[in-house]
Design a protein around this ligand. Structure first.
Ligand code: ADP
Length: 295
């Protein structure tokens, strides 16, 4: 697969004094199923809006589908399907009319694909926008982003408000598109969905990408989640993070030598012990970036 679908180099955008993103660098390979993970306020939407030329960066450079984000916005938007985090529609319009309007702006007839998407997402074409729930409005946005079969899908927090069955169907649709060669770029603050569906991911924190790799490699660390019942104090053990103590059950992340841990534990009063792989969420929380360690 040739080249990158997205390239950002030291992109910076401030809203007055408020940091949107600060020297953010990122590359996404063509054909990737890419997750963009970060807490609310980290700068995900700002990154996306900057990449799509909807807002201008203060400095830095970016290319989407080999086009410059400041000089070739129109060409980029023609080839991208975008779901904004906050969809706004004209009230009074029916779902079918919105989809037709959106297709018309691209000078395309997408009616067959639009009906299929609506069937799969269980969205009623005849409903008026103002009568739709938040989740159903999200589906309209998803159908708008997908109906014209773009080469690159940029989806900003797409799953909020969708019920689990629809989320499942939605990810099936994205998977099918990705298998056809479409690059999927999906932002989320829900790590489990990124871990489940994406193959590559970047972690954004405070306006910067702090890690970018395959999901498998991001999740691979020496750390283990240790859970035990017994008389153990935090000071008894080295290399600990994420210490939790609840109803006599102690749990922590340990990144040192397992043999060393077992040797130490052997001298302590312990009734029960499990050692397991932590999930990606815990790893990112405790091992990427500073200031993330809770007491
Ligand atoms: P995320 O999508 O990760 O939640 P955003 O890109 O929306 O993060 O926001 C990053 C930072 O920029 C936040 O502090 C947010 O309050 C600020 N911000 C975003 N959009 C605007 C705006 N239009 N005006 C002022 N500040 C904004």
């Amino acid at each position: 697969m040739a080249g990158y679908a997205i390239e950002a180099e030291a992109l910076t955008k401030y809203y007055g004094k408020t940091r949107g993103i600060d020297k953010l660098s990122l590359t996404v390979e063509k054909g990737a199923f890419f997750g963009f993970i970060g807490p609310n306020g980290a700068g995900k939407s700002t990154t996306i809006r900057t990449l799509l030329g909807l807002i201008s960066p203060d400095s830095g450079r970016g290319r989407v589908l080999d086009k410059d984000i400041t000089k070739e916005k129109r060409k980029i938007l023609e080839r991208v399907g975008y779901l904004p985090s906050d969809n706004a529609f004209y009230m009074g319009m029916r779902v079918g009319d919105i989809l037709k309007l959106s297709a018309g702006l691209r000078k395309k007839d997408c009616s067959v694909r639009a009906s299929e998407l609506c069937r799969r997402l269980q969205l009623d074409l005849s409903k008026k926008v103002e009568d739709l729930s938040f989740g159903n409005r999200k589906k309209v946005g998803i159908a708008c982003a997908l109906q014209h079969s773009p080469e690159l899908l940029i989806l900003d927090e797409p799953t909020g408000g969708l019920d689990p069955l629809i989320q499942h169907e939605f990810f099936d649709i994205l998977q099918e598109e990705n298998e056809k060669g479409v690059t999927v770029f999906l932002s989320s603050h829900v790590l489990s969905e990124i871990q489940r569906h994406c193959t590559q991911a970047a972690v954004i924190r405070e306006g910067r990408v702090i890690a970018c790799d395959s999901v498998e490699r991001l999740a691979r660390s020496n750390a283990r989640r240790v859970t035990l019942r017994g008389n153990v104090r935090r000071e008894d053990l080295p290399d600990l993070k994420g210490w939790k103590e609840e109803e006599g059950i102690i749990s922590f992340l340990y990144s040192g030598e397992i043999r060393e841990l077992i040797r130490k534990l052997a001298d302590l009063e312990i009734q029960d012990l499990t050692i397991a792989e932590p999930d990606l969420e815990e790893i990112i929380l405790h091992y990427y970036g500073e200031g993330s360690e809770e007491a």
